[in-house]
Design a protein around this ligand. Sequence first.
Ligand code: NAI
Length: 239
Amino acid sequence: MPIDPYDFTGRTVVVTGGARGIGRAIAHAFAAVGADVHVFDRDFGEDMAGAFTLHQIDIADGQSVGQSVATLPKPPSVLVNNAGITRDRSLAKMSDDEWGDVLAVNLTGAFNMLRAVAPAMTQAGYGRIINITSINGMRGKFGQANYAASKAGLIGLTKTAARELGGKGVTVNAVAPGMVMTEMAKELPIEILDRALAETVTGRLATPEEVAACVLFLAGETSGSITGQVLQVDSGQYL
Ligand code: NAI
């Protein structure tokens, strides 16, 4: 019988920042294919209740991450490091806090999660880790020194973890979205959306569901020979 790569029945999946936006679409996508989905987030709306197991946590706090991972009913097969923040400001005006907060969540947070789940995955001889980076970590972006550095760092972390964990059946990849039509993006000034749209070759921006579909593909059992890669989901914005 061929393996169904999209059957996640019995698999424990952890998604950080799954309370809204892209993370929420990822959490829904995994739940729809049978996974036991655990969402790690700082804040939850009331409409989250029931669908997933919620863990209220700041991923920048390594100790809390370790404690929350230890409460999972089963060792996770899949980790999606999706939580991320922006604090945009031009280089010369950027404060220590704006720099530090973004690095703490986007890069250290992902490291904390990876370090906490990796032992169980290597022991099981199976795991899929997907880190949500950004095309701005690859090309740089005016006003995003902190964000671009954190997302570029996440790519370095992805490749190193891929090398360290590959021999134990654990793959580590990154997905790099361009501008995605989240609720947050819809609130951006129209000029910014127009500029992103003008960069695309498809004439439209990606949806959260399209990013989720790529994450599911990389998390599938049949994607075991793909590791250390960065998959751009950006409508050709950074081509
Ligand atoms: P969002 O702001 O809508 O959602 C982020 C989620 O992360 C929120 O639920 C928030 O509460 C959670 N979060 C933030 N800090 C946290 C912390 N310290 N601990 C736990 N949870 C925390 O963001 P969006 O747009 O859905 O983005 C998701 C990921 O995709 C981020 O990593 C972002 O950098 C990346 N991305 C987004 C793009 C976009 O156009 N929306 C483009 C490229 C990358």
